[in-house]
Design a protein around this ligand. Structure first.
Ligand code: ZN
Length: 313
């Protein structure tokens, strides 16, 4: 097994001398497979700080594989082994509840990128599946852009979770076994502010992907993250994002503009939860401007009600 850290010092050298040459020199080396070059290509992927950089490194690796077809299996195996090894501290931490750390695992951008890659590239013996996954991942990298504004910080995330936990014991509901995993990314996404998901099965895990703002926006980044927590709460309460939590239709009937479609209802619930979490806390400066405090108290009552109802089942 090769420790990728060993290659850290030579990556920059390799990047300048090899990766920026469109892979032409590999034609010459076709019959003379150079393992060190292969390692340098793999290492450059693990050294990427953003999706843009990652895409160029994957494209170079695919080209390298194309010129060294006999060694395809070995390269794919090294890559997938490294993928698991690189993320293992966070994957390991994700297995256990740690109440002293509020039951969360915050993954920094470089590791988040590899974890994201592992959702496209399977840990498989089949080179076809690994190569397909790499191409798919390179395509998905196009969904991400350079950040325009600073993202929410780890400290701000911890403050939100602190408030949400104290007020509603929210982590006991969305992360009852495995910790809530928060993937921090150094890019913006073309379509989403942040994303949230809960895996299926008894070993369920809630994951929030945090991106940089995609435009110079009036939305508050703390509010956006708390809204995502609202989606996670919804999924944990009903196990199906298409089913609204108990009493939501009656509750939202009082809104000035009641949500009609399921998508509008999902967004309205996430906003109601975010408002309920932030209202009356040290973070309430992050509530939408001009928001009526009486309405916020109703949101508080409703969210408290659905959570108590859920916990009593
Ligand atoms: Zn939303």
């Amino acid at each position: 097994m090769v420790d990728l850290l060993q290659f850290h010092d030579i990556i920059i050298y390799k990047k300048n001398t090899l990766i920026n040459k469109n892979g032409c020199e590999f034609i010459k080396n076709n019959d003379n497979f150079d393992k060190e070059k292969a390692y340098a290509y793999i290492a450059s992927i693990f050294d990427s700080a953003s999706f843009v950089e990652m895409q160029s490194c994957i494209t170079s690796l695919l080209k390298f594989i194309e010129y060294n077809p006999k060694h395809k299996r070995w390269i794919c195996r090294e890559l997938t082994d490294s993928m698991v090894r690189y993320c293992s501290p966070y994957l390991f931490a994700s297995l256990f509840s740690d109440k002293s750390d509020k039951n969360i695992v915050i993954v920094p951008p470089k590791h988040s990128l590899i974890m994201f890659m592992s959702t496209c590239v399977p840990y498989s013996k089949s080179t076809v599946l690994v190569m397909e996954g790499l191409r798919k991942f390179a395509e998905r990298c196009c969904e991400f852009g350079e950040p325009l504004e600073a993202s929410i910080t780890e400290d701000e995330i911890r403050s939100v979770l602190d408030v949400a936990q104290k007020k509603f014991q929210i982590l006991n509901i969305i992360a009852p076994k495995k910790p809530l995993k928060i993937l921090m990314f150094a890019n913006s996404h073309s379509e989403f502010d942040n994303e949230c998901g809960i895996t299926d099965g008894i070993d369920r895990e809630a994951i929030i992907s945090v991106y940089h703002p995609r435009e110079i926006t009036l939305h508050d980044r703390v509010f956006i993250f708390t809204h995502e927590l609202g989606h996670a709460l919804h999924m944990a309460l009903t196990n199906d994002i298409k089913i609204m939590p108990y009493g939501f239709d009656e509750f939202s009937g009082f809104f000035a503009e009641p949500p009609k479609t399921i998508e509008e209802k999902q967004e309205a619930f996430a906003n109601a939860a975010a408002i309920a979490i932030l209202n009356g806390s040290e973070l309430d400066k992050h509530l939408p401007k001009g928001f009526n405090k009486n309405s916020a108290d109703w949101f508080n009552k409703y969210i408290k009600f659905v959570i108590e109802q859920h916990l009593s089942l």
